[in-house]
Design a protein around this ligand. Structure first.
Ligand SMILES: C[S@@+](CC[C@H](N)C(=O)[O-])C[C@H]1O[C@@H](n2cnc3c(N)ncnc32)[C@H](O)[C@@H]1O
Length: 298
C-alpha cells in the first residue's frame, strides 16, 4: 500500500511536520458508502489512491493527522455538516469545457429547436433548457450562446436555462462567469467578440460572459440523487452529460426516469458520448448519438 506524506501544521510548535497518512480499506468504504448514497458516485478499491490524495488536502486544511479522525468529524459530528459539502466537492470530477462534444450543439440548433418551434405554429415560443451537472458553467454558457444566436436570427423563441450542480464551489465559479483566455479559446472568435467582455485589467488574460449570456441562466444547487427535483416539469431540452458515467446502472435508470418525467412532450435528453442508455429501461427514443427524445403523444 502506498504511503502518503501529508504535511500538517503543528499549532503547538507553530511549525509543520510530516505524517504518513494512509486511507485503509475500512476508511475507503466509509467514504464510498457516504458518496454512493449521497451523490451516486461509485468509488471502488481501484480509486483508493485518488480518494486518499484528494482527501489529504482536507486533512491538511483542518489539521487532522489521520483519516479516521477526519471521517469521524465529518460524517458523525454535528460540526462536520459543512465539511460534508467540502468532501463532496473534492471527490466530484468537474472536468468540462466550452463546446465540449460539439455535435450535440449542432443537433440542438439544426434539429431539436426547429422541431420544437414548428409545433408552436409561428407563435413566440418559450424554450426551457436544463443543464444538469453544469460544473463550472462552460456547458450552460455554450447553450446560452447558441440559443442567443437563434433568437438573434429572428426566430420566435425566448429561452430560459436552469443550470444545476451539487458542488457549491463549481456553482460559485459558474455564476461569476469569468474564465481565462485559454479556457475561452474553444468559443469561435466571432462569438467571443460578440458575447464576451474583456477584463478591464490589460495584464489579466481573463474574459467574462456578457450580460446577454448571463441573464438567461439561473444557477442552482441541486442533487440529482434527491427523490424529487425542485425543477420545473416542462423542460424542452435536458443536457446531462458526463455525470451518469460515475453512477451504477440502477441509479442511471432511476435518473433517466426522473428526467423523462421532467421533459415536455417531444422534449430531448442529451447525455455524454460515453453514456449510452443501452440496457436501460426507458421509453425515450434515440434520435442521434446520445440524444434521446420523449414522444410527442404522451
Ligand atoms: C465531469 S462534470 C460534467 C460537466 C458538464 N456536464 C460537461 O459535460 O462538460 C460532472 C458534474 O456532475 C456533478 N455531479 C455529480 N454527481 C452529481 C449529483 N448527484 N447531483 C448533481 N450534480 C452532480 C459534479 O459536481 C460535476 O460538476
Amino acid at each position: 500500500m502506498q504511503n502518503l506524506q501529508v504535511q500538517v501544521s503543528d499549532k503547538s510548535t507553530g511549525g509543520s511536520r510530516q505524517h504518513s497518512v494512509v486511507l485503509d480499506e475500512r476508511e475507503l468504504k466509509r467514504v464510498s458508502d457516504f458518496i454512493g448514497s449521497e451523490v451516486g458516485i461509485q468509488l471502488p478499491m481501484t480509486k483508493r489512491t485518488l480518494v486518499e490524495s484528494r482527501l489529504s488536502k482536507r486533512l491538511r486544511v483542518l489539521g487532522f493527522t489521520d483519516f479516521k479522525s477526519y471521517l469521524d468529524y465529518t460524517l458523525k459530528s454535528i460540526d462536520g455538516a459543512l465539511e460534508k459539502l467540502q468532501l463532496i466537492d473534492v471527490l466530484t470530477t468537474n472536468k468540462t469545457s466550452f463546446y465540449r462534444e460539439p455535435d450535440h450543439f449542432e443537433y440542438l440548433v439544426n434539429y431539436a429547436i426547429p422541431a420544437i418551434t414548428k409545433s408552436s405554429n409561428g407563435v413566440r415560443r418559450e424554450i426551457n433548457v436544463w443543464c444538469a451537472g453544469c460544473s463550472t458553467g462552460e456547458e450552460a454558457y455554450t447553450l446560452s450562446i447558441e440559443l442567443n444566436r437563434i433568437e438573434g436570427a429572428g426566430e420566435k423563441v425566448l429561452f430560459n436555462i436552469l443550470a444545476t450542480d451539487i458542488s457549491h464551489s463549481c456553482l460559485s465559479k459558474a455564476s461569476q462567469g469569468v474564465y481565462t483566455d485559454r479556457q475561452a479559446e474553444s468559443i469561435p472568435e466571432e462569438l467571443r467578440k460578440k458575447y464576451l467582455l474583456r477584463s478591464r485589467n490589460a495584464n489579466e488574460a481573463l474574459v467574462q460572459m456578457g450580460p446577454k449570456l448571463r441573464h438567461r441562466i439561473k444557477f442552482k444547487n441541486l442533487n440529482l440523487m434527491d427523490t424529487r427535483f425542485d425543477a420545473p416539469k416542462n423542460m424542452d431540452i435536458i443536457f446531462c452529460r458526463n455525470v451518469m458515467i460515475y453512477f451504477n446502472n440502477q441509479l442511471r435508470e432511476e435518473l433517466v426516469a426522473k428526467f423523462e418525467s421532467h421533459l415536455a412532450k417531444g422534449g430531448y435528453l442529451f447525455v455524454g458520448h460515453s453514456e449510452s442508455l443501452n440496457g436501460i429501461k426507458t421509453t425515450l427514443k434515440q434520435v442521434a448519438p446520445m440524444v434521446y427524445k420523449k414522444s410527442s403523444e404522451k
